[in-house]
Write a protein that binds this ligand. Structure first.
Ligand code: FES
Length: 147
């Protein structure tokens, strides 16, 4: 069996939503200290407070192929969705949508989940919107790459 699924290869070779949003409402950047990979997510938010929708999302990822594929898939999963749904996106959902990642690459998908959460938090902070800090708690697992 191939190490990477066709979907991973597709999103790696033709990543969706690459770029920056100049007037983004929320920006989140996370990095993996071990491998040095960095992921940045930009969100454009529309709608009333409390029922916001992700109007646009872009990403920049300086990292491995799995991180790029995860970012691309994650942006597709949250584009046009309510902000509250984006906040619930897990790295597991991203991995499943990619038809899986090798075990030693699962942490790369964690970057996507965390970058989205960081961007949503940035939006909340900038707009003085109260939130449950538990939703933004960092995971217990260090995001070790090993590559
Ligand atoms: Fe560092 Fe994938 S995010 S190897």
């Amino acid at each position: 069996m191939a190490l990477y699924s066709e979907k991973v290869m597709d999103h790696f070779r033709n990543p969706r939503n690459v770029g920056i949003i100049e007037d983004a409402d929320g920006v989140g950047e996370v990095g993996n200290a071990k491998c040095g990979d960095i992921m940045k997510i930009y969100l454009k938010i529309a709608g009333e407070k409390g029922s916001e929708v992700i109007e646009d999302v872009k990403f920049e990822t300086f990292g491995c192929g799995s991180a790029i594929a995860s970012s691309s898939m994650a942006t597709e999963l949250i584009a046009g969705k309510p902000l509250s749904e984006a906040l619930e996106l897990t790295n597991k959902a991203v991995t499943e949508a990619l038809d899986g990642l090798p075990a030693h690459k699962l942490h790369c998908s964690v970057l996507a989940e965390e970058a989205i959460k960081a961007a949503v938090k940035d939006y909340y902070d900038k707009n003085g919107i109260a939130y449950d800090p538990e939703k933004f708690r960092e995971g217990d697992e260090p995001h070790c790459c090993g590559t």
